[in-house]
Design a protein. Structure first.
Ligand code: GUN
Length: 303
């Protein structure tokens, strides 16, 4: 039987609706509008398209949103000064600096400059430390891992006790996701294995997984014989493999492929996310959720 398709776009629309309602309530009850600034350095096409989508969503949800476009050759100090300004700006509850940054700018230094209270990406070491420890101190969760967890919850995938294999150990996806899913607690409590480029016999690990999450950045890496029949397969890959002309606009648009050979794996898996329309839309939605959360915290601190 072909796998159930986990439609990230639909689930993401549902959550956005919830955020919209809560945003209206916050405006009415407390006079606070969630505020998000997205900072883009240079004009890398993928980064431009991500930031544009984030701004569009913030606007649709009724947020106060600001887009900062900085030249590729902005100095590190120039970027730090700008972030410091937004750290103090009461209208802004979330600061996002789109990565990657040009080589002359130290990414860690920039992430460390963002106030942990406005770190809606959850990239700051303080927030990642809280995530590692778990419990009530966790405020923000990193957007892509949080989106994956939410997709599974809303699709009735049983995480507790499951064998989870995460392919990829990035600071943005693999590492925090592994930490989140192995915590003792609700919607977690899994047995997690993280595999990576130095892992011997990658496919045998994947084949053990009840939940296989692939964030490797290699198009079509996962083949049907890597997947346990009935497993839940979450594809985080967004690989640009070419361009096509859009029928709607007549302009070139990227052709996207996931890390999973979707057409073949869907006949083996029990549930699977497509690319596009799976994890991708959830990442932006969770960014909005973190911004709303930050605004709610601000309202609590300043009643
Ligand atoms: N570059 C790729 N993904 C992300 C993300 O989630 N946040 C930021 N800030 N940059 C990225």
């Amino acid at each position: 039987m072909p796998a159930r398709i986990i439609k990230g776009s639909e689930i993401s629309d549902q959550i956005k609706q919830e955020i919209k309602v809560e945003t209206q309530r916050l405006k009415q009850d407390c006079g606070i509008t969630p505020g998000l600034v997205t900072i883009l350095v240079g004009n890398n096409p993928a980064s431009v398209s991500y930031v544009t989508a984030k701004q569009k969503t913030a606007h649709e949800l009724g947020f106060y949103s600001v887009q900062e476009n900085l030249p590729q050759d902005i100095s590190e100090k120039g970027l730090i000064d700008l972030i410091d300004r937004y750290n103090l700006d009461q209208r802004i509850h979330g600061i996002l600096v789109q990565l990657p940054l040009p080589k002359h700018i130290d990414e860690h230094k920039i992430i460390n400059t963002i106030s942990p209270d406005k770190d809606v990406d959850c990239f700051h070491p303080l927030n990642l430390g809280k995530l590692l420890i778990g419990g009530d101190d966790v405020v923000f969760k990193p957007c892509t891992p949080a989106g994956i967890q939410e997709l599974m919850i809303r699709s009735d995938i049983n995480i507790s006790g499951a064998e989870v294999v995460v392919v990829g150990r990035s600071n943005i996806v693999g590492k925090p996701l592994a930490v989140m899913l192995m915590q003792k607690g609700k919607n977690a409590n899994a047995t997690v294995t993280v595999v990576h480029t130095a892992t011997k016999d990658l496919s045998s690990h994947c084949k053990r997984a009840d939940i296989l999450i692939v964030a490797a950045g290699v198009p079509n890496l996962v083949k049907p014989d890597w997947v346990k029949p009935g497993a839940c397969v979450i594809d985080v890959g967004v690989n640009r493999v070419g361009e096509r002309i859009s029928e709607k606009t007549g302009k070139p648009v990227p052709i996207l492929k996931g890390d999973v050979d979707f057409d073949a794996v869907k006949d083996i898996a029990g549930a699977i996310t497509p690319v596009p329309g799976g994890v991708g839309p959830m990442t932006i939605t969770m960014l909005m959720k973190n911004t709303l959360l930050s605004a709610l915290m601000h309202a609590k601190r300043n009643p």
